[in-house]
Design a binder for this molecule. Structure first.
Ligand code: NAP
Ligand code: MG
Length: 482
């Protein structure tokens, strides 16, 4: 078959200069930048170039204690005492400064994490600011959120975020905690701390009372110390199911409240009456968005048997047109894989899939010589029991399965340890209701995929965790109701 001709685009690179990344970042504790007790720092690199961007303080136990103590003092001394409307003003101020510094944040996010600038500019940063705007609005309206009840703050919240949506995950956690009157100690992921540290600068600029938000950087061990700390009232964690289980064990028997947002293996279901070309775009967006580093990615595709052949052909054609490369180029569809370690994990799953007997297809695009890149790919002839259909790959690799009836696909979609997200594509409204009622997943998109809004709650069933972030429901984990 003749090779499909791809369009050529001239490069349209975003400038690195707006990122203004400092050579070194300290810990943000009690409203000040403080050197780590250990005196040690780790490097953050750009995964698209393998260049070092900055060095970041590693917090040890003494630093974690200091941060929690400062959050406790700030809670008792300032945050508990100010009016809810005043709290709201601070949060609005954070949102506005984020908008003012949006370009700087977008370029930094892309350089630090490898995601295309188009995504950080048009999705991550504006959505993060929108979360602060949204929760700022709730601060003085908690009586309406919980009618006939009195909502009081819990105290100090310990929060831990992953590397795939660094600033957005920090916003999901900090905004509702502040709106409900809690103070915060947050630890970002090791490979992508920079935008969270810039958020600390913004919080300083917004003149929040010292200690209301503390940012401590470091490896998993720093996160573990935070979860074990006795003076914390609530832990909010987003990350892998494996670490989620460790945290659950740590917290067992304690009074700490817990929410876990963990992994996923989203079923994206295409019925024969779906608008096929739109569904192809939806599937592409569902799995290749952010290099597949998305907990709610539509990584398991179920196509109705009658249209499977044409659908898979269209998918392959479309994959061939995706542009993989420099994340700072505005044309780029698929940027860099977040770390060498994650690239290895993805490659090992591709090997596992081949060994399990599935058929592998990947784009024939060239990859940059430096950096961690992975071609978009798909597996067909996948069995429901295959590891590639059951486990989270967290990369641009789609597994395709087929089905004949509604009942069959519901059973297959639910046959997963996860339950975070799903998609259904069909012309029939009644089918959408039936499927979305019977699939055990926290978010189900109809004739769309990966749409987010601060007003809608997000969270999982089963091993995808518990508790909701976003929307009115996102306030609940941060309050005590009486
Ligand atoms: P991860 O390894 O679990 O790490 C998440 C965070 O926890 C990081 O800040 C990590 O620090 C820290 N950490 C590691 N070990 C810890 C421990 N023992 N105690 C406390 N904290 C610890 O996950 P990841 O690889 O960063 O992120 C990918 C995973 O997150 C995927 O499974 C994905 O599905 C999930 N995710 C879920 C959602 C959701 O909303 N459900 C959203 C995004 C991602 P270091 O970075 O320094 O190791
Ligand atoms: Mg980095």
């Amino acid at each position: 078959m003749a090779k499909k001709k791809k369009w050529d685009y001239s490069p349209a690179p975003e400038s690195k200069q707006p990122a203004a990344i400092s050579r070194r970042y300290e810990l943000f504790i009690n409203g000040k930048w403080q050197q780590p007790t250990s005196g040690s720092y780790f490097s953050s690199i750009n995964p698209a170039t393998e260049e070092k961007l900055s060095e970041i303080a590693a917090a040890n136990e003494a630093d974690v204690n200091k941060a929690v103590q400062s959050a406790r003092l700030a809670y008792e001394k300032y945050w508990k005492k100010i009016t809810p409307a005043e709290r709201g003003k601070y949060i609005f101020r954070i949102a506005r400064i984020m908008q003012e510094r949006a370009r700087e944040l977008a370029v930094t996010e892309t350089m630090d994490g490898g995601k295309p600038i188009r995504e950080s500019r048009d999705f991550d940063i504006p959505t993060a600011a929108n979360h602060f705007f949204y929760y700022a609005g709730w601060a003085d309206k908690l009586d309406f959120a919980f009618p006939n009840k009195k909502a009081s703050a819990l105290g100090v919240a310990g929060q831990i975020t992953p590397w795939n949506f660094p600033l957005l995950m920090a916003a999901w956690k900090i905004a509702p905690a502040l709106a409900t009157g809690n103070t915060v100690v947050l630890k970002p992921a090791e490979t992508t701390s920079l935008t969270t540290l810039k958020l600390a600068e913004i919080i300083q600029e917004a003149d929040l009372p010292p200690g209301v938000v503390n940012i401590i950087t470091g490896a998993g061990q720093t996160g573990a110390l935070l979860t074990k700390h006795m003076d914390i009232n609530k832990i909010a964690f987003t990350g892998s199911t494996e670490v989620g289980k460790i945290i659950q064990r740590t917290l067992a028997g304690s009074q700490k409240k817990l929410t876990l947002e963990l992994g996923g293996k989203g079923a994206n279901i295409i019925f024969e009456d779906a608008p096929i070309d739109q569904a192809v775009e939806g599937v592409i967006n569902g799995i290749f968005f952010n290099q597949g580093h998305v907990c709610c990615a539509g990584s398991r595709l179920y196509v109705q048997e009658s249209i499977a052949k044409i659908f898979i052909k269209k998918l392959k054609d479309r994959i061939g047109t995706l542009l993989v490369g420099d994340p700072l180029d505005k044309n780029t569809d698929i940027g860099a894989i977040n770390s060498a370690q994650q690239l290895k994990t993805i490659q090992s799953y591709i090997k596992i899939g081949k060994a399990e007997g599935a058929s592998f297809y990947e784009s024939d695009c060239a990859l940059p010589k430096k950096g961690y890149f992975c071609r978009p790919s798909l597996f067909t002839n996948v069995a429901q029991s295959n590891r590639i259909a059951q486990e989270e790959i967290f990369g641009p690799v789609l597994c395709i399965l087929t089905f004949r009836t509604d009942d069959e696909v519901i059973e297959k979609a639910n046959n997963s340890p996860y339950g975070l997200s799903a998609g259904v594509w069909t012309d029939k409204g009644s089918r959408i209701f039936n499927i979305s009622k019977r699939i055990r997943a926290g978010v189900i998109w109809a004739n769309s995929y990966n749409l987010f809004d601060p007003t809608s709650p997000f969270g999982g069933y089963k091993e995808s965790g518990f508790g909701r972030e976003g929307g009115l429901q996102g306030l609940q984990p941060y309050v005590q109701l009486s």
